[in-house]
Write a protein that binds this ligand. Structure first.
Ligand code: HEC
Length: 115
């Protein structure tokens, strides 16, 4: 019985610590609020929409002129802009600046709000 209680305690500590680690903290340096309208939309328009939109030429999925499509792909966007093997925008396009990368990263970290 004592053993069971110990197992239970160990398990609860394990589960709690996992939950804690999985809670995504705000990325470092993301204290300032990033705005969809003034920060993110201009990046999308300049660097992504040429391919990711109905009228786009590069056949990227989704329509990044729409907040709903960006929001639906937010975690994929976060992964692909930092993906060394298969980056977005793809090789051959103008790469994102570190300022643009950090804005996207922070905005998505802040929950990708329509602000
Ligand atoms: C030159 C055209 C082009 C540009 C510019 C471009 N993309 Fe893409 N993107 C593609 C294509 C084509 C695919 C589909 C093939 C792939 O996944 O690599 C894609 C795939 C993606 C995916 C994966 C979508 C999914 O559902 O799996 C994401 C996320 C993405 N792009 C984000 C972006 C972001 C953010 C930008 C701008 C910072 C951008 N892309 C700029 C062409 C482009």
């Amino acid at each position: 019985m004592k053993k069971n209680i110990l197992y239970f305690l160990a398990l609860s500590i394990f589960v709690t610590s996992c939950t804690f680690e999985n809670a995504t903290p705000l990325p470092v340096g993301c204290n300032a609020t990033i705005y969809y309208g003034t920060d993110i939309l201009p990046i999308m328009n300049a660097n992504c929409v040429s391919c990711h939109s109905a009228g786009g030429t590069g056949s990227g999925p989704g329509d990044y002129t729409l907040y709903s499509d960006i929001k639906a792909a937010d975690m994929k966007i976060k992964n692909r802009i930092f993906d060394k093997n298969s980056p977005m925008p793809p090789a051959g396009s103008t790469p994102l600046t570190s300022d643009q990368l950090s804005k996207l990263n922070c905005w998505i970290g802040q929950g990708a709000p329509n602000n």
